[in-house]
Design a protein around this ligand. Structure first.
Ligand SMILES: Cc1cc2nc3c(=O)[nH]c(=O)nc-3n(C[C@H](O)[C@H](O)[C@H](O)COP(=O)(O)O)c2cc1C
Ligand code: SF4
Length: 516
């Protein structure tokens, strides 16, 4: 029986994958072909979605982007045996986009049936947890610390240190919370892993719970991810049926359960303390720190909060050993980073690579430059709070410290490309406006400052007292950076300041042109 893979990934579904799967099933039945359709995750080559893959003795052959109207011709071309067709991209694993990567966190994404525990296990799944059970909780924390893994949610905080803080709290009720709010513009890695390899996140949570002494885990999921909600819930049920969740897991004496909660769409609810408020059923407002969530977290109990990617990387670290992961990367940025390439690019998608690759290589060689064919002008790295990086800084390696040294951030690994038609004063305004809309309102520099920032940029764009207003804007940015309670107000100035620093000419356009 031919095995055909058609992604259930949201990007693929948006491009017609569900209709395509139905059409392939119908055509196969009409032609008397016996096929099995697996709804897999995406391989991350989003410009090829929906990408149909067919298993052949030489490997999996891909066809994309495929439409319902291509189905008959695919069958005519013998695609079930890897036959030649205009949409054929060859053996998927041999595609340059795949060959240039080092897939560690995403090693199974797009490869396996996301809801098959047997396939997960056949691809090294649950080996990390088994090793954790063998070496014991304290050694697990030590291993995660030694791997050098840092939080992929944005702040890059060492994961092992966070886990040790919770592990060191007196025994009692503790929680594991996974931040799946994924609010940054141009990011989709959490979604992809939860759709394409949800059991890796479940395994990571199990290892964490075992290491810190927690028996309950929560996922806080972005409301705009309905497919994740379905797939992840099904994965929880499958893990239960197979004895990987629940009481006395595989005879270890360890109990663990996971519950999924869906947010209501506020960007600030990705901030860990307001996430906890929201999870407790309250309005998502930032809590002052200290106390840290590791000491006083969900329902007042010690809590580990980690991003999806941080948690989903742990099983591999436990399976292969800390050193294997620590050997990858550069400086204090160890391991790999799943970069998410978006905006005005020829090839957008998920590209996992060791830390240290220069930004320009990612944008020009991997992403193929702009889709418009025009010169690149700016790249925003790290979501809406990330700086705009000019082409002159394209040597900058993907490395937390190197980016920080240039007043920039890597954040969750989102890379959004703009060509030379972009108006950077407008983008600066957009950044401030985003902060004004999303501010939780708890502190003055962010709540009031962002609105005053929008007004000041409007005056600059309108040609009013330009130099004086630019000075005022810089002063305001300084106040927001150092006076805000959390990183929303504290980092909102980064895109504004970087636009002012690297693209000053856009703030000095003639009034009429700017007001267009
Ligand atoms: C305004 C704001 C939004 C955030 N949004 C997210 C998010 O969507 N996902 C995430 O994992 N972390 C987000 N963070 C970072 C979290 O506060 C926290 O650092 C992270 O979840 C910790 O996990 P990690 O150590 O694995 O990165 C956000 C922070 C701020 C200030
Ligand atoms: S910086 Fe903004 S989002 Fe953060 S606590 Fe203050 S008002 Fe709320």
């Amino acid at each position: 029986m031919a095995k055909v893979y058609i992604p259930l990934d949201m990007a693929a579904v948006a491009m017609g994958a569900d209709k395509l799967a139905a059409a392939v099933a119908q055509e196969a039945a009409a032609r008397g072909e016996n096929i099995e359709i697996v709804r897999n995750g995406s391989r991350g080559m989003l410009w090829l979605e929906p990408l149909i893959e067919v298993e052949t003795p030489a490997g999996r052959v891909g066809y994309g982007p495929a439409k319902v109207s291509d189905v008959a011709s695919l069958f005519d071309a013998g695609f079930l045996a890897g036959g030649a067709h205009a949409l054929c991209v060859g053996i998927v694993d041999e595609h340059p986009w795949m060959k240039k990567q080092n897939r560690v966190t995403f090693v199974r994404c797009g490869v396996i049936d996301p809801l098959s525990v047997a396939e997960y296990e056949a691809h090294d799944g649950f080996k990390g947890l088994k090793r954790a059970f063998e070496i014991g909780p304290a050694a697990v924390v030590e291993e995660v610390t030694k791997s050098g893994l840092r939080g992929r949610g944005g702040a890059g905080f060492p994961t092992g240190i966070k886990w040790k803080t919770v592990a060191d709290c007196p025994p009692g009720q503790k929680y594991v919370v996974v931040n799946a709010d994924e609010g940054d513009s141009g990011t989709f890695a959490d979604r992809m892993i939860m759709e394409g390899d949800p059991l890796s996140l479940i395994e990571g949570m199990l290892i964490c719970g075992y290491a810190v002494g927690a028996s309950k885990g929560y996922i806080y999921l972005r409301s705009e991810y309905p497919i994740v909600a379905k797939v992840f819930q099904a994965a929880i049920e499958k893990a239960h049926e197979a004895g990987w969740l629940g009481k006395n897991i595989k005879g270890s004496g360890f109990d663990f359960d996971i519950e999924q909660r869906i947010g209501a769409g506020a960007y600030v609810c990705g901030e860990e303390t307001s996430l906890l408020e929201s999870l407790e059923g309250k309005r998502g407002i930032v809590r002052a720190k200290p106390p840290l969530p590791a000491h006083v977290g969900l329902f007042g109990k010690p809590t580990v909060i980690n991003n999806v990617l941080s948690m989903a990387t742990v099983p591999m670290i436990m399976e292969k050993g800390a050193q294997h992961y620590a050997d990858l990367g550069v400086g204090r940025s160890r391991g790999t980073m799943p970069l998410q390439i978006a905006g005005n690019v020829k090839y957008g998608g998920l590209f996992e690579t060791d830390f240290g690759i220069p930004l320009g290589t990612v944008v020009i060689e991997i992403a193929g430059g702009t889709r418009s064919g025009r010169p690149i002008r700016a790249v925003q790295v790290g979501g809406p709070l990330g700086a705009y990086v000019p082409v002159s800084l394209f040597d900058l390696p993907i490395d937390y410290e190197a980016f920080a040294a240039k007043d920039s951030l890597i954040g969750h690994g989102g890379i959004v490309v703009f060509d030379d038609t972009v108006d950077m004063a407008w983008m600066a305004r957009f950044g401030m406006e985003f902060c004004a809309i999303e501010s939780c309102g708890k502190c003055t520099p962010c709540r009031i400052g962002s609105t005053r920032g929008v007004e000041t940029i409007d005056k600059i764009r309108d040609g009013q007292n330009v130099e004086a207003n630019i000075e005022l804007l810089k002063d305001l940015c300084h106040t927001m950076k150092f006076g805000s309670l959390c990183a929303l107000g504290g980092f909102a100035p980064y895109p504004v300041e970087s636009a002012l620093r690297h693209f000053p000419e856009d703030f000095h356009k003639p009034a009429l042109e700017a007001a267009e």
